[in-house]
Design a protein around this ligand. Sequence first.
Ligand code: 13P
Ligand code: SF4
Length: 350
Amino acid sequence: SDPDLVARARAAKATLGDRVFVLGHHYQRDEVIQFADVTGDSFKLAQRAAARPDAEWIVFCGVHFMAESADILTADHQQVVLPDLAAGCSMADMAALPQVETAWQQLTEAGVAGQTVPVTYMNSSADIKGFVGRNGGVVCTSSNARRALDWAYERGEKVLFLPDQHLGRNTAVLELGFTLDECVLWDPHKPQGGLTEAQLRQARIILWRGHCSVHGRFTLDSVQEVRDRVPGVNVLVHPECRHEVVTAADEVGSTEKIIKVLSEAPAGSAWAVGTELNLVRRLAHQHPDKQVMFLDKTVCYCSTMNRIDLPHLVWALEELVAGRVPNRITVEADTARYARSALDQMLALP
Ligand code: 13P
Ligand code: SF4
């Protein structure tokens, strides 16, 4: 990275001292991650956001829904900054509050909502988390989806899972033992989600039709191709990948788990990793004694995670030094109160 920008980021951080706390998601660029005080998956970053109540500003190097969650979980006097407001998440954008409210209304009319607990993946807007909190549900991340679903099924017979169909299906089938027929797909663009009353009655999990386009690129062919090309390769993927990819993989887990699996892997072992490219590249660099490769032949960054680059980080830090708070992320109080109850419920999962 540009040495001038590195020096400016360093100087601004030094000036701000303990008044600033920089969080970085594992998908961030190396040039940004070097300035993070804490790096993590979405769960760890949600847990740690509130770890420094003395910090006036939390600079979130990640995407919008993560910064919103940090705002909800931190004290009122703390301000959360997202260095580029265009750092969103296309998956989170696939579930809008009016669509989810309409779906809930239709589930109510079909006589299903009463036995259904809403669960939302962290990758959703604060509005959706607020909806889930209002309706007695819980937030989950890729590292605790199983525990969140266990919690939900202690309280109801069905789950409405938002917005990632793949994480929902993979957890329900591979960890809870449901059949694929017990997982139904709710299409928000069709009346009653495109489902019949009979399908809704027999469903155990109603999956919102959302997905991650980065992880959606990995296919069964990618797995087959790497297994043919690299004998003995281990396939390690994120649970946002399609069901057939996760089923064909050797290990599955959140970004934090992917890092752990690779750090514990024996020297000489080969790993094809199905997740975002910045993380895979960093892992390859950190483990020169292992063969670490991207699962697919065509490589792919998360374009919105990548919007946070060193120039944006330097700009945000220098604005804080100048006494201005740039790109502040705030969540309206009523939404924040209910979203917080769904987030606290996640943080309290056993
Ligand atoms: P993790 O919680 O596993 O870091 O995943 C976040 C994410 O956005 C994956 O696409
Ligand atoms: Fe969203 Fe996918 Fe990017 Fe994760 S990798 S932030 S789910 S678009």
